[in-house]
Design a protein around this ligand. Structure first.
Ligand SMILES: [Mn+2]
Length: 335
């Protein structure tokens, strides 16, 4: 770590043009950590642009700095490079696999850029010049905070930076409830709150910001679209295309639904299968040792963390449901 810090310090010791990228479907940690890093680098005199490969959910739009983020989907490769201009340094945040960068992968494939990864996902790929990686960190926000500490920057952290990091922590730990939460997570949260983070407003903006329509959708999904398999300690939702239309669902509107499966007594694996135009998307949540990430990786071209993972299937909706149930029967969830 110390050696890496000195290399990073050297890279940042004069003003550079820096691009920060993250994974497809950026979540609170991906976006929050990217924005906190952007604030820090700007403070240091660098020119910084955050670029996301696909849109972030609406409930993150209020994050400080989010309005300056650009979305790869609004550009061609050429117009994106025109917009960004010369790049000296590339940060890859909350993502260490090329595939997860979607249409931004051409940037990490460029050999002329110095690349830095900040991530906590398993099995990072070897494409960066500098790797700040810790699989035990609850969020990439934790790793960035440790970096700020090592650089002696915690005291100069302003409220916007602290808020962005705090959002990374709460979204990746499900408000400090998931097993990835450690004393260090709470230590960092304490430091961020000491910086002035308004925890009540932040929680309300992230979790209690639903439209009535979205609440109606949740109610419908729980009553009509939930399948409970007590014998496998599993419960899953199947959201059909027509449901999206019926409830006018926007990006991020199904976020949090999967957690309702795990509120059931005895349920240790929850899933949401979403019928999209070109694939069936899958979100998985688990409790304890059940490896959601391995199920996502082996059967659904995805991955993630042990208790929170995602992927997709190119089969039909019915076939995907069949496959999912078959996996449940083969996986030893019986405790
Ligand atoms: Mn993360």
């Amino acid at each position: 770590m110390d050696h890496n810090i000195s290399i990073l310090k050297k890279q940042l010791n004069h003003p550079k043009r820096i691009v920060i990228i993250t994974h497809v479907k950026p979540d609170g940690d991906a976006l929050g950590t990217s924005l906190a890093l952007a604030f820090f680098l700007k403070q240091q005199g660098h020119v910084v642009q955050v670029v996301i490969p696909t849109e972030h959910p609406n409930f993150l739009s209020w994050l400080p700095g989010a309005d300056a983020v650009i979305n790869r989907e609004d550009f061609t490769e050429e117009t994106l490079l025109e917009q960004v201009g010369r790049i000296d340094l590339l940060f890859c945040v909350d993502c260490s696999t090329v595939k997860r960068l979607g249409q931004l992968k051409f940037l990490v494939e460029r050999s002329d850029l110095f690349k830095v990864i900040i991530d906590h996902h398993i099995e990072p790929e070897d494409f960066a010049d500098l790797l700040f990686w810790n699989v035990k960190a609850a969020a990439s926000a934790e790793i960035l905070f440790s970096l700020f500490e090592a650089l002696g920057q915690v005291d100069s952290m302003h409220l916007d930076m602290a808020t962005c990091l705090y959002v990374g922590l709460i979204t990746d730990t499900n408000s400090f409830k998931n097993s990835n939460t450690t004393p260090k997570t709470h230590y960092i949260a304490a430091k961020l709150i000491a910086c002035g983070v308004d925890i009540v407003t932040t929680h309300r903006l992230i979790y209690d910001n639903k439209s009535l329509n979205r609440l109606h959708f949740f109610s419908f999904a729980i009553s009509q679209r939930l399948v409970v398999l007590p014998e496998f300690h599993a419960a899953y939702f199947v959201i059909q295309k027509e449901d999206y239309k019926r409830y006018d669902l926007q990006m991020g509107d199904t976020e949090g639904l999967v957690d309702y499966a795990l509120t059931l007594r005895g349920i240790l694996l929850g899933a949401v299968l979403k019928e999209k135009d070109d694939a069936i998307d899958l979100s998985l949540r688990s409790v304890g040792d059940i490896p959601a990430n391995l199920i996502a990786k082996k059967y659904f071209h995805g991955g993630g963390h042990r208790n929170a993972a995602g992927g997709f299937s190119k089969l039909s909706l019915t076939e995907t449901v069949d496959l999912f149930e078959k996996i449940l029967k083969n996986t030893e969830l019986q405790h």
